[in-house]
Ligand binder design. Structure first.
Ligand SMILES: [Zn+2]
Length: 232
């Protein structure tokens, strides 16, 4: 239970950041680690990338570095949220969302309530969030979290398999349009660290791997399972 409590504490911090806020396919030990299935059917436009420099709510450096090393100025498509710690896909409400791998549901319900400056009057809102803990084939531990659901299909403690429906996409929490927020953390150095499930494909060093709070990202999608990253 202790890891669950710790996990939930992390999730609360993670969802507070929310949307307002080169190791390809190799885990921390160097083994192949791709074990994620696609979390939804179909293709949807990506609204925000994981910011490798840096995926922290306090980032505010004016740009986003995606997994290819491309730098996007805040305001450009794909860089609407500086310091974004996951991926957003614009998605009509009602889209079934699936577990990406076998694991245990460690959170299913409202994330942390917080004022949302993106909405008129900055109301205090909370997104509906599901987080699943997974053990990778190489033994690394990961959390996958999906948020802004309209409804949740699982309960805390449930065991899920890849492809099981965990919720229905929506627009809850600090969100200005229906979308799915998807983020991944890896247990490293006794803490959960945000990582990019697309890995880092640029030839130069990954700024997040060099950051004191960061770590290297591995490409976690199985072949053919990575959601497309098409900017609208
Ligand atoms: Zn987001």
């Amino acid at each position: 239970m202790r890891h669950v409590a710790r996990t939930i504490a992390i999730i609360v911090a993670v969802m507070l950041a929310g949307c307002d806020g080169g190791s390809v396919g190799v885990g921390s030990g160097g083994e192949a680690v791709a074990f994620f299935d696609k979390p939804f059917d179909g293709d949807y436009p990506v609204g925000n990338f994981f910011d490798h420099d840096a995926p922290l709510a306090s980032d505010n450096n004016g740009f986003v570095v995606d997994h290819t090393g491309a730098r996007r100025a805040v305001g450009e498509p794909g860089a609407g949220s500086d310091g974004h710690d996951g991926y957003d896909w614009g998605m009509v409400e009602g889209t079934p969302i699936k577990a990406v791998a076998t694991g245990e549901v460690v959170h299913a319900g409202d994330g942390a309530a917080a004022p949302c400056p993106l909405l008129p009057g900055s109301p205090v809102v909370a997104a509906k969030v599901v987080t699943v803990m997974h053990t990778a084939p190489n033994g690394d531990r990961y959390l996958s979290s999906a948020g802004h659901f309209s409804s949740i299909s699982v309960a805390p403690g449930a065991d899920v398999r890849a492809g099981d429906e965990i919720g229905i996409s929506g627009n809850t929490g600090c969100s200005t349009a229906p979308h799915l927020h998807f983020e991944v953390h890896r247990w490293v150095d006794q803490r959960w660290v945000a990582v990019d499930p697309y890995g880092w494909t640029a030839s130069g060093p990954d700024p997040w791997a060099q950051h004191p709070q960061g770590t290297a990202s591995a490409a976690l999608w199985k072949p053919g399972e990575a959601p497309t990253l098409v900017i609208p």
